[in-house]
Every structure is written in C-alpha cells, then in structure tokens.
Ligand binder design. Structure first.
Ligand SMILES: *[C@@H]1O[C@H](CO)[C@@H](O)[C@H](O)[C@H]1NC(C)=O
Ligand SMILES: *[C@@H]1O[C@H](CO)[C@@H](O)[C@H](O)[C@H]1NC(C)=O
Ligand SMILES: *[C@@H]1O[C@H](CO)[C@@H](O)[C@H](O)[C@H]1NC(C)=O
Ligand SMILES: *[C@@H]1O[C@H](CO)[C@@H](O)[C@H](O)[C@H]1NC(C)=O
Length: 223
C-alpha cells in the first residue's frame, strides 16, 4: 500500500536522525526494561525481567528481516506522534521481534515486533492511530536465556544463533518455555558498524525465585 510505504519511508528517515543523535553521546538517556542476571554461563546468561508494558505490531510475513522492518516502522511512527494524544515518546531499546510458531525461519510464519514503553508511559499509554494496528503487550515477569551476537540480524543469522542458544541450554539441562524465540536489536536500523543483538528464549529454573514452573503459567499473557 502507498500509505504504508510512506509511513515506512518517514520512519526510516527519522531513524537516521536518531542514529546521528545517538552517535553524538545521547545514548545514556535511552531507557530499557529492568532485569537482573540470575545465571551467568560462558556462552549465555539468564535474566529475570520485571513486569512491564510494551507496544506490539503483529506482522504476517515469512521473512524475519521484512517483518522486523515493517513492524518497527509502525512502532516508530507511533513514538513520533502517530497517536491520539500526539505525544512524542522518547526512544527505548531493544526492539524485540518475537517469532511465533509456524513455517518460516525457525518455523515461524508470523512475528510480533515489540517496543518497551518509556517509564513515563508505563501506567497509561497514548492510543495508537487505528491504521497502525498496534496493541499494548503486557510483558509478564519472566526468565529469559540470552545469547548476544553482532552485525545485522538476518533470516540466516537468527536461525543460526537460536540454534546455538538451544544447544547451550540443552547441554546445561535447562528447559525452555513455549513462547518461542525472540530477537532483540539494540542498534538503529541504519547503523552499520557495531550492531548489537540478542537471541532470547524463556527458560524454567525451579531453583531461582521467579523462574520456576508456576511463574511461567502465572505470567501467561495473550497479545
Ligand atoms: C527471508 O526468508 C524468507 C522466507 O523464509 C524469504 O522469502 C525472504 O526472501 C528472505 N529475505 C531475505 C532478505 O533474505
Ligand atoms: C521445524 O519444523 C520441522 C518439522 O515440523 C522440525 O523437524 C524442525 O526441527 C523445526 N525447526 C526448528 C528450528 O524448530
Ligand atoms: C491523552 O489525552 C487524554 C485526553 O486529553 C487524557 O485524558 C489522557 O491522560 C492522555 N493520555 C496520555 C497517555 O497522555
Ligand atoms: C544433564 O542431565 C544428564 C542426564 O540426566 C546428566 O548426565 C548431566 O550430567 C547433566 N548435565 C548438567 C550440565 O547438569
């Protein structure tokens, strides 16, 4: 659609400005969701995340890269004022692409691209323009195994990195949850050098408070 393309273009242009701003030393001000590290291994670590509110864009596309870009463009437009309050929302990191079970890379055919809301908007978020088709997403308390990787997150690299994380976890006898894998990207879309990403999967660790089997069911949430 013509309009969708326009929104995407505008978002990309603004993203370029954000990336320029970030490079001039404003990075420290950028918020991210709170967590604490509960397990540290050589090739992965486990984080316990607090409950928080995110904004989420559902995308049907086989390509991880295309889905992330289209979803992010809608989220970005929302933060730049495409909401009923005409509010500007300060940038947050990371952008998280959740791979929903299906037939694409990592057996995914659909994605949810999600952005953490700044603390100022956690209690009450501005309603998105309806045509952006965004939904709030309640991120429950959860335990996430994390593997960091660098460069552009591509169709190929996300499958490879998720496979590596899966192998590390199975070697450590750690059970994964059924929400599937997510990819967290910390760098603006147009940044070329020094890109940082992570692959995430929910895990169950009965010996750690908040990471046990009950917290998984208690934290279950639709989106
Ligand atoms: C990503 O994968 C999908 C199918 O899984 C494919 O259709 C698409 O062309 C790929 N995109 C790129 C940029 O490789
Ligand atoms: C994808 O699904 C196929 C068959 O359903 C299965 O054999 C394969 O292991 C799955 N791949 C991943 C990465 O989950
Ligand atoms: C949006 O605007 C309405 C009406 O002016 C106001 O009641 C509400 O608090 C605002 N929401 C946010 C998140 O600023
Ligand atoms: C994982 O479980 C297997 C079989 O129960 C056991 O032999 C192995 O030592 C365990 N590995 C770790 C790292 O706990």
């Amino acid at each position: 659609m013509e309009k969708q393309r326009l929104i995407m273009l505008l978002a990309l242009i603004s993203a370029a400005c954000v990336s320029i701003l970030c490079n001039s030393g404003l990075t420290e001000a950028i918020e991210s969701p709170h967590y604490k590290i509960v397990l540290l291994e050589s090739d992965f670590h486990v984080r316990l995340y607090s409950k928080s509110v995110w904004i989420s864009a559902a995308v049907d596309d086989l390509s991880f890269e295309k889905a992330t870009l289209c979803g992010y463009a809608r989220l970005f437009a929302y933060t730049q004022g495409a909401n009923l309050n005409s509010s500007w929302l300060p940038p947050t990191v990371p952008v998280v692409t959740a791979l929903l079970p299906g037939a694409g890379p990592l057996n995914s055919s659909a994605y949810s691209v999600r952005l953490y809301l700044p603390s100022k908007f956690q209690a009450e978020l501005p309603s998105p323009f309806p045509e952006l088709d965004l939904k709030p997403y309640i991120w429950p308390i959860r335990c996430v195994a994390v593997r960091r990787f660098y460069g552009f997150a591509t169709n190929k690299s996300v499958v490879k990195e998720a496979g590596r994380l899966a192998r590390s976890l199975s070697k450590s006898n750690i059970t994964t949850g059924d929400r599937g894998y997510s990819v967290a990207q910390y760098s603006p879309p147009l940044q070329i050098i020094g890109r940082v990403n992570e692959v995430w999967v929910d895990v169950t660790l009965d010996e750690i408070d908040g990471c046990g089997t009950e917290s998984e069911t208690a934290g279950a949430s639709a989106d």
